[in-house]
Design a protein around this ligand. Sequence first.
Ligand SMILES: [Cu+2]
Length: 70
Amino acid sequence: MKKKLLVDGMTCGHCVNHLKTALTEDIEGVKVIEVSLEDKCAIVDMNENVSKSALKEVIEEVGYELKGIE
Ligand SMILES: [Cu+2]
């Protein structure tokens, strides 16, 4: 299912790549479609069994904050 993760704390292209890599490699069942610095979000295609807390943990580990999921 396609979801929009609202992520705070990205400031440059490096952050975008950093987040993209973390979401792709550190959590199973998540495919990153796009990470937008301007919109402060990551569009992902993820399995139903990926929990919000798992996403939050991975995102916080690399230094950003998960503000919500749409
Ligand atoms: Cu940056």
